[in-house]
Ligand binder design. Structure first.
Ligand SMILES: Nc1nc2c(ncn2[C@@H]2O[C@H](COP(=O)(O)OP(=O)(O)OP(=O)(O)O)[C@@H](O)[C@H]2O)c(=O)[nH]1
Ligand SMILES: [Mg+2]
Ligand SMILES: [Zn+2]
Length: 435
């Protein structure tokens, strides 16, 4: 977060955009592996990393008259899913073909340098690449671009699912054109089409994510000359303090390249008091625990110690995002509330072509003022545990939920900013600062 400590900013190059008035600092894309046209694949299910040459294929047909082409139980795949859901029914599947066995040496089909397909014994082709370790189907883009895991974590009803859904839509329609990139969803078969979910949010409101395995949202961000695969993992807030859930179903947290830590600002008692909103009796009956950003940070430290390297600060870039900023508008009448009428928390901002680092620092300061007024523990917890963090505020819907349903319009505020900051931290977009 603090730009002075940003190791990358030390190696920035200075360019003069307007010599008479001011200098801007820019650093271009950095930290990226050379574009060799072939990247190691990280399986989005078991997180095994391997060379694309060693993928397996699922045959697209079976022939029960041939021993090696029968429908069969895939015991590796079964044990992967049984570990997550014991009640899962066992299916018979087409056989697995290993392209590196003698039978297929001459049947390999390449797309550039990446092994993409295989000629099957009956002469037809299969393009169903699967992970050699867990036998789950790999995304179409695997091997063509570096893959990054982004974990979206936060308490129940923090707004994670709505945020991810709106973000993907927004990246496609607004941010992408501003940055000359185009996000393409890599459907995994099981992963839901985000447009449908977007419409569902628009039309019907939203329901809690069930505490079961959630398929990652996988999308490719295509730049003019290369691309980047993002595997985004939603997380049921209910599981934020469950060591068992994290161990069995949220192993992505151990391998994460970036964290979007989402918190509902109206979960803080002093904010609720300030807003005059009463506790929802239904929620109390259902035993819903309202978690703050502090609880999520301590949950991460306790349950995912791997990323903190034995009690040290983590270098995984972490965006600490207060959601539902639309609800904070009501605080502005109280001068001691930490949110002024001119606060960036309430304003939208469009980054174009580069991340405006001054704006990001200003948002950080405005949100920090809110945190210092209402929940100082968060400031200390962030400072002591993350090397690279920034505070953000977003509104995915733009209005309080009831208003959104009535107006049937969604006008997100700053919804792409934390994600752009992560892309900047990972080295995929440039940032600029006015001196
Ligand atoms: N006012 C307002 N409400 C929002 C916004 N985003 C989400 N909500 C509401 O917050 C509630 C929870 O949103 P979800 O996205 O389901 O929250 P979640 O973090 O995925 O919750 P779990 O899946 O239960 O962990 C829903 O009623 C949403 O309508 C927002 O930007 N503004
Ligand atoms: Mg959810
Ligand atoms: Zn795997």
């Amino acid at each position: 977060m603090p730009p002075k400590n940003d190791p990358f900013l030390r190696s920035i190059e200075t360019i003069s955009l307007d010599r008479r008035r001011k200098l801007r600092y820019e650093h271009s894309r950095r930290n990226l592996p050379p574009n060799t046209g072939r990247y190691n694949i990280v399986c989005p299910f078991c997180f095994e990393e391997f060379n694309p040459e060693y993928v397996f294929f699922r045959a697209t047909y079976h022939d029960n008259s041939k021993d090696d082409m029968r429908l069969q139980v895939d015991s590796l795949l079964e044990s992967f899913w049984k570990n997550i859901d014991e009640t899962r029914a066992v299916e018979l599947l087409e056989p697995i073909l290993n392209p590196n066995s003698n039978n297929y040496r001459n049947g390999k089909i390449y797309d550039g340098q990446v092994l993409k397909g295989l000629i099957q014994p009956n002469g037809t082709q299969t393009y169903d690449r699967i992970c050699p370790r867990c036998h789950n189907k790999l995304p179409v883009s695997a091997g063509h671009s570096p893959s990054n895991i982004v974990s979206v974590i936060g308490g129940t009803a923090a707004g994670k699912t709505v945020f991810i859904t709106i973000l993907l839509h927004y990246l496609t329609n607004k941010t992408g054109p501003n940055f000359d990139f185009c996000p393409i969803e890599m459907l995994m078969g099981q992963s839901q089409e985000f447009t449908q979910k977007y419409l569902a949010i628009k039309n019907k409101g939203h329901r809690a994510t069930p505490k079961e395995y959630i398929y990652p949202q996988i999308f490719d961000i295509k730049f003019p000359n290369d691309s980047l695969t993002i595997c985004m993992y939603d997380f049921p807030g209910e599981a934020v303090s469950s060591a068992d859930y994290i161990k069995r179903m949220a192993r992505h947290l151990h391998k994460t390249s970036a964290i979007l830590l989402l918190a509902d600002p109206t979960n803080i008692a002093s904010v609720t008091a300030n807003l005059g909103t009463e506790t929802d009796e239904d929620e109390e009956d259902e035993g819903v625990v309202r978690v703050s950003a502090y609880d999520v940070i301590t949950g991460l430290i306790n349950f995912v110690p791997q990323i903190f390297g034995n009690g040290k600060k983590t270098s995984v870039p972490t965006a600490i995002v207060y959601t539902k900023s639309d609800l904070l508008e009501a605080l502005t009448t109280d001068p001691t509330s930490g949110v002024s009428a001119t606060s960036r928390i309430l304003q939208d901002f469009e980054h174009r072509g580069f991340l405006d680092l001054d704006e990001v620092s200003a948002v950080n300061s405005d949100v920090l003022r809110f945190v210092q007024t209402h929940d100082r523990r968060v400031e200390t917890a962030a400072k002591n545990n993350f090397l690279n963090y920034n505070f953000f505020a977003v509104s995915s819907l733009g209005y309080p939920t009831e208003d959104t349903l009535v107006r049937n319009v969604i006008s997100p505020k700053r919804v792409d900013e934390p994600f752009l900051w992560l892309l900047y931290q990972l080295g995929f977009i440039s940032g600029r600062r006015i001196l």
